[in-house]
Design a protein around this ligand. Sequence first.
Ligand code: PEP
Length: 250
Amino acid sequence: MRRPLIAGNWKMHTTYEQALELARAIQARCGMAEYAEVVLIPPFPWIVPLSRQLNGSSISLGAQTCSAFDEGAYTGEVSAKMVAPFCRYVIVGHSERRRLFGETDAVVAAKLRAVLRNGLQPILCVGETLEERESGATRDIVERQIAAACSDLESGQVARLVIAYEPVWAIGTGRPATSADAELVASWIRAWFRERFGSGISEGLRILYGGSVTAANAADFLAVGDIDGALVGGASLDAREFCSIVEAAV
Ligand code: PEP
């Protein structure tokens, strides 16, 4: 059985005080949830203080991106090696990184390797734009993004991946995909891994849906057999809302 994973991507939101309070409130409301893995993904500067605050809790931390390099003369970069003592996950290939910061499939692949090399688990985001969807290219786009990042991985590395299907047009828009759309794409993703790595690996792979998930719609997505959790942006900034999404994973 795949354990559901509910991850909150705080993006570039929260002050230091707000971050500590948000994590405290989430810990109090749903920090004991055993049926789901709860992951908070705050801005870089809050990772270390939050890891201290959450010490002993079952909530784990992630980073929103990382450098493709482990260390060196790369001004402004933060490496997977640096966050590894404090985090379990790192998002790679988020559409905001691809779109706003020019991250290509090759860059995403290099970052994914940096995450694996440092013993962390990548949350690889894939998804099509509205234009791509309307031209019927969703499957091609998602498979191209996955192939570029994962084709030459070994089975043991693939077993550590989490895939987040995040249609770009649904992120931060208040217009989520339908659960039927998400189910179809999740089934394509699992089939892609089954064909290349076998059913043992593909059946263990966790596939999340992300894109305007709220407390009101989370249960629809989480009821889908191939969807094993949610990557939550806006709704993760409200402890009550986020924990209602976690509870929908029961
Ligand atoms: C995200 O940032 O990954 C995301 C899914 O955002 P939102 O939930 O706000 O659409």
